[in-house]
Ligand binder design. Structure first.
Ligand code: PAF
Length: 281
């Protein structure tokens, strides 16, 4: 596995592989890799001949007072994991390489970027869309892999690809969960033992909502109420949002007629976790 911090060299290497006829797969990450990330890498390894993983803790997607400074990182451990998965290129640039002095171009999704996590974290999706657009231009992948856990991010990236005509296929991989149902997340590392136990309420609430849907409930507000009440049963959880929305627009659904995204965000102490499930077909 080649490890490059230089954008010019990473771009040249990916373009060289593309010219040689390889399908390029990109897995964008912020490091602190867990099985969720590795499932994306494995999907890319299965589908494409040249797998690029980017590892960059993107400062522009963190708001003031968020966890940018304490975001977990261990480049050497991540490097070993990716090497073992047969990744071809690890692109791990420093901040100045991505946002050099004088940088001033950003990508903003006017409405979608302000829904769900975009409402709770103003500017977050502007940072995500900007860095993902840059990664697409640098690596020029045929396919890019994202996790369903970040469902709002998936909607934003699909819209970005459509709106800016990126010739990239977006592949979304299922949420990977711990044995007790907690979705894998780099931020789980912040939780105390009590908070980690409490975090199981997220999956339980989603399952309670799914079960009510399976019994025939189709009203969005009624399902949101099931979700909210189930979450409220855990004293260590402070709800950020509970939502039943259309998966691509992230707009609230009054009645579920086809697919619905049930999404939740909650604080456990200083740590904000998200989770979701898809209903319907
Ligand atoms: O999902 C993430 O880890 C980040 O938002 C991404 C897509 C790597 C952009 O920084």
């Amino acid at each position: 596995m080649m490890v490059l911090s230089s954008t010019a060299r990473a771009q040249a290497r990916a373009l060289e592989a593309r010219s040689a006829g390889a399908a390029i797969g990109l897995v964008p990450t912020m490091g602190a890799l867990h099985e969720g990330h590795l499932s994306l890498v494995r999907a890319a390894r299965r589908d494409t001949q040249f797998v690029v993983v980017s590892l960059f803790v993107n400062p522009t997607q963190f708001g003031p007072g968020e966890d940018l400074d304490r975001y977990p990182h261990d480049l050497e451990q991540d490097r070993r994991k990716l090497e073992a998965e047969g990744v071809d290129l690890l692109y791990a640039p420093p901040v100045e390489e991505v946002y050099p002095s004088g940088y001033q171009t950003y990508v903003e999704l006017e409405e979608l970027g302000r829904r769900l996590d975009g409402a709770s974290r103003p500017g977050h999706f502007r940072g995500v869309a900007t860095v993902v657009a840059k990664l697409f231009n640098i690596v020029q992948p045929h396919r890019a892999y994202f996790g369903q856990k970040d469902a709002a991010q998936v909607a934003v990236i699909r819209r970005l690809v459509t709106d800016l005509n990126f010739p990239v296929e977006i592949v979304v991989c299922p949420i990977v969960r711990e044995a007790d149902g907690v979705a894998m997340s780099s931020r789980n590392a912040y939780l105390s033992a009590d908070q980690r136990r409490a975090a199981t309420v997220l999956y339980r609430s989603l399952e309670a909502t799914r079960s009510r849907y399976s019994s025939g409930e189709r009203s969005g507000p009624a399902l949101v109420e099931v979700l909210r009440q189930s979450l409220a049963s855990e004293p260590l959880a402070r709800i950020d949002y509970c939502a039943v929305v259309t998966p691509d627009t992230l707009l609230p659904l009054t009645m579920i007629r086809s697919r619905a995204l049930v999404a939740v965000a909650a604080w456990f102490g200083q740590t904000r976790l998200i989770d979701n499930t898809l209903l319907g077909d």
